[in-house]
Every structure is written in structure tokens, then in C-alpha cells.
Design a protein around this ligand. Structure first.
Ligand code: G4P
Length: 504
């Protein structure tokens, strides 16, 4: 029998955030190789090709493009059990990606050394940074000719507003890559495949390192844990260079599962005997024949035991957790127990909603709701068959409740507009409306817009123009959809006293 109070301290639950093509898949794959979960490179995902990810069970079930996957990979390394939560990029990018970041205890930010900070990295960073969770940075593709290390670190600090601390430092890059210098152990690690041994590159880098030691930031663990300082690593995921050092140091500083706040401002500690958890994602249509759904639960406290009875905080409903799955690289596996930090999947027949809390025992535990995010893409939505209004409205209501898309109405309530952070959300919505509610919907794309909420008492209907569309959200709060940044700035100039608010 394992003691969950000891066991959970070994958990490291994190997500990798990056812009597409920075090397997230390649790094994940290397980590799995180190963890012994896979045996050769190239098995996780066909990079740039259409090969399926083994993490991507939706894809395995040939549902790609229909529902979103943020699956979970688990492996053991150096006495820790690591849970990596996948955050899809590319066309899979969606609110699910953001919500997944609510279920991790730290994040690893992968940056392409030739490109520096890219837009999607910045967006994901902002979400993580608002939670003040620790962020570790991996500058990837050191084997390619990239930008100067000092320049990259400078950009990181300036554009993201976070302090950086170099855990290692590159000695050259690309054609003249010699190795990295481990600043923790004061040790030079030679690159396996040095093409041009170049003493001048070495000398120059050593001068930088002396400078860093004298005048650079000090490693401040407390700041790291608050997300105010990011430990920075350089390496090459593809050539497995610097990955092991990264993993070892990361596990040294990465936090174990943390407390979580409830709606009545109490903190639930992981070693609390009462089992609690919250649902951060619902995966629907895994199998169209069964219409099954899986609710992803992040365990916050206590020990999960198969067959246990829990209460759903939202409605007091009692449920037995007997059909539960945990996630491994290649398969879904039935599990008997799990501890704080772990993610379990509950087969759901329609009981759960995103953000739901579950708990054992008599004491009600309801966690703070998950945040909503500012949608960036919008579609006007129309029912194809006007005779099927009932199922159309029911479908929209339920899918919006599940967090598939966000719903808005034009200010006078004539039309529905749905918003999302990623295009795939619309496809999921359309597919599920047709398949689950027998309701074909037509989209009229409004494209990219900037959504800003305003206070009801500041509203003036004159604000509704062709370049700033006035709408209301599901709580009847006024929202303006601006055509572009120019339209937003014009509005700010015209109405300097009005507070415009964005969500996360
Ligand atoms: P992503 O998940 O962040 O989108 O990126 P992914 O790992 O798929 O990597 C994107 C591309 O960058 C891939 O090349 C991959 O091989 C390459 N890459 C990743 N890490 C490194 C690295 O350390 N050095 C170099 N030189 N390249 C790296 P691709 O051409 O798109 O795919 P493939 O056909 O080569 O697999």
C-alpha cells in the first residue's frame, strides 16, 4: 500500500507551452525516451507530416479535426512521476489549450533560438503568468544557426517581463556549436557532433559566462516558485543535447502538487484526507457509436480509489467512480488508485461540466470557477432548418455550457454570434450540433475581432457601428467587437472615460 501523502510529493504535473514548430513534440519525445516510455525517436508524432500522435487518442480513433485533444503522458524519472499535459497548437489551438494550463503546477516554455518569442508563446505565457506558476525556459535548436544567447535572454526578459536566470550557457551555435556550459556544476558539456572546433567561439562564450556570474541574476528559488524568475536552458531537442541536464535540473526545482482555492476562499491542501478534484476538460465523441465522453479530472487532494462515491458540488448529485481511466503514452489504462497531481479520465454520460468540482465525504468543496478567455474569432450562426428551432436552441445551450464555444447575442437579441480562441472549436461545435442534436448550422464568418467588455451604465447605443459591433454575453453584459486595433484605438480616443475590459 502506498501512502498517498508521500506519493503525491513525487508528482510533477506540467505543460509545455510554445509556438508551433518550436520543438514541443520533439522535446516531449526526448523526455519520454529518457523516461523509458518509448524506445525510439519518431514514435510520438509525425512532425510536419500527418502521422498521428500517440498522445492523441482522438486521432487514433480517426476523429482528427472533430474534437480537441489535450491528452496526458505519464512517465517515471529519477524517483519522480511526471505528468505532461499536452497543449495542442496549430489548428488544434482552442480554449481547451488554455484550460489545460489551469490543471498544471508548472510550465516549460520552448522557444526556437532562431526565432525568439513568437505570438502563441506570448499568449500562453500570459495565461500561465497570471496564475503565478513556475515557468522554465528551454531555448531549442541550438544545433542551428540562431540568434545570440544574450540577445534571446534580453528579449525574453523585456517582452515577457520576467527575470531570467541562465542554468546553462551555449558555447556557439549552429555550425560552430561546441557545447554548453553548466553553470550549476561549473562544467563544460561538449556537443557530440562538433563540426568546427573553434577556440575563439569558446573564449568569447567563456567571457559571457564570467560576465553572467559577476553581474547576472542570482537563482532565487522563491522567485521561481512565484513565477517571477524563469530558469533558462539551452539545448537541442532533436539531437538530444542538453535535454538530460534540463530534465534533471527541472525536476529539482519544479514544484509538487499545490493547494487550490475554493469559492469561499479556503485553500485545499493535497495531503487533506478528503478526496477532491476538478474537471478542466471534457472530451466528447471519442467514439461516435457510443457517444462517450471523458471528463478530465485533476486530483487536488486525497487519494482516488476505484469505485469510490463522490458528490458533484454543482448539484449535489452522488456518483460512483467505477469507470475511470488514466493516460499513458500509448494507451488508456484502467486504474485503481491515483493521487494529487494526477489526471484521471471519467467516462461521462452527461453529468459533468467543465469547471465542476467533485469530493468525497460530507463537507462540500467547490473550487473557484475556471476563468473564461477572450475569444478572438467569431461566426454568426444560423439554423439551416428553420423547423428545428427547438433542437437548435437546446444544442447551442448545452454546448455553450460545456465550454465548446462562447455565445453572444446581438444587442437587440436578433442573432447568435459564437466566439472562440481557435478555429477548431467552431468545427467541433458544428459537428456536434449535427451529430448530437440533429441540427445543421450555417456559419457566416465575422473573422478576427477584438472583444472588450464595458460596464452596462457606460453603454451608449451610438457605440454600435459597422467597425464596433455591440453585443451581449450570456450574462447580458455588453461587449463590443472591434474590427481591428485601429478601430479599438479610435474608440479609446473618442470615449476616453470608458473602461474596456478583456478576459484572460
Ligand atoms: P512543435 O511540436 O513545437 O510544433 O515542433 P516539432 O517538435 O514538431 O518540431 C518542429 C520542427 O523542428 C521539426 O522539423 C523538428 O524536427 C525540428 N526540430 C525540433 N527540435 C529541433 C532541434 O533541436 N534542432 C533542429 N535542427 N530541429 C529541431 P520538421 O522538418 O517540421 O519535421 P521533420 O520532418 O524533420 O520531422
Amino acid at each position: 500500500m502506498t501512502n498517498f501523502k508521500e506519493e503525491y510529493k513525487k508528482r510533477v504535473t506540467f505543460a509545455i507551452i510554445s509556438h508551433p514548430d518550436a520543438g514541443k513534440t520533439t522535446l516531449t519525445e526526448q523526455l519520454l525516451l529518457h523516461g523509458g516510455v518509448i524506445r525510439k525517436a519518431g514514435t510520438v508524432k509525425g512532425r510536419g507530416s500527418n502521422k498521428m500522435a500517440s498522445s492523441d487518442w482522438m486521432a487514433i480513433e480517426q476523429q482528427r479535426g472533430i474534437s480537441v485533444t489535450s491528452s496526458v503522458l505519464q512517465f517515471n524519472y529519477a524517483g519522480k512521476r511526471i505528468n505532461i499535459l499536452d497543449t495542442p497548437g496549430h489548428e488544434d489551438f482552442s480554449e481547451d489549450t488554455y484550460r489545460t494550463l489551469m490543471a498544471v503546477d508548472s510550465a516549460v516554455m520552448v522557444i526556437d533560438s532562431a526565432k525568439g518569442i513568437e505570438p502563441q508563446t506570448r499568449k500562453l505565457f500570459e495565461i500561465v503568468s497570471k496564475r503565478h506558476i513556475p515557468i522554465f525556459t528551454f531555448f531549442n535548436k541550438l544545433d542551428r544557426d540562431g540568434r545570440q544567447a544574450l540577445d534571446l535572454v534580453d528579449e525574453l526578459e523585456k517582452t515577457l517581463g520576467i527575470q531570467a536566470y541562465a542554468m546553462n550557457w551555449p558555447i556557439g551555435s549552429g555550425q560552430v556549436l561546441q557545447g554548453i556550459y553548466d553553470l550549476q556544476r561549473n562544467k563544460f558539456i561538449q556537443y557530440d557532433n562538433v563540426k568546427n572546433p573553434d577556440q575563439s567561439v569558446y573564449n568569447e562564450s567563456m567571457e559571457e559566462i564570467e560576465l553572467l556570474k559577476d553581474a547576472g541574476n542570482q537563482l532565487d528559488e522563491d522567485k521561481v516558485l512565484r513565477g517571477a524568475q524563469t530558469p533558462v536552458f539551452f539545448g537541442s531537442a532533436l539531437s538530444n543535447f542538453g535535454v538530460e541536464q534540463f530534465l534533471t535540473e527541472y525536476l529539482k526545482y519544479a514544484p509538487s502538487p499545490s493547494d487550490k482555492a475554493t469559492i469561499d476562499h479556503k485553500e485545499v491542501q493535497p495531503d487533506n484526507d478528503q478526496f477532491t478534484g476538478f474537471i478542466f476538460k471534457i472530451q466528447a465523441n471519442m467514439n461516435p457509436n457510443h457517444r462517450d465522453r471523458i471528463a478530465f479530472v485533476r486530483i487536488v487532494s486525497g487519494e482516488f480509489k476505484k469505485g469510490m462515491d463522490v458528490t458533484l458540488a454543482r448539484n449535489g448529485k452522488k456518483l460512483k467512480l467505477s469507470n475511470v481511466t488514466q493516460f499513458l503514452a500509448d494507451e488508456r489504462e484502467n486504474i485503481e488508485t491515483a493521487v494529487p497531481g494526477d489526471i484521471i479520465g471519467l467516462y461521462d454520460t452527461g453529468n459533468f461540466q467543465i469547471g465542476d468540482s467533485i469530493y468525497t465525504g460530507k463537507q462540500k468543496v467547490e473550487f473557484e470557477p475556471l476563468p473564461t478567455f477572450t475569444p478572438e474569432l467569431f461566426n454568426r450562426v444560423i439554423a439551416k432548418d428553420v423547423m428545428k428551432q427547438k433542437s437548435y436552441h437546446k444544442g447551442i445551450r448545452q454546448l455553450v455550457q460545456e465550454g465548446t464555444v462562447q455565445l453572444f447575442e446581438s444587442w437587440h437579441g436578433q442573432e447568435y454570434i459564437i466566439g472562440a480562441v481557435g478555429q477548431l472549436q467552431f468545427e467541433v461545435f458544428q459537428f456536434r450540433m449535427a451529430n448530437e442534436y440533429n441540427s445543421q448550422v450555417i456559419f457566416e464568418p465575422l473573422g478576427k475581432k477584438i472583444a472588450r467588455w464595458i460596464k452596462p451604465d457606460q453603454l451608449d447605443e451610438k457605440m454600435n457601428t459597422s467597425r464596433s459591433i455591440l453585443m451581449k454575453d450570456q450574462q447580458d453584459n455588453p461587449v463590443i467587437l472591434f474590427e481591428n486595433r485601429f478601430a479599438l484605438n479610435w474608440f479609446v480616443d473618442k470615449y476616453p472615460d470608458i473602461d474596456l475590459e478583456s478576459k484572460l
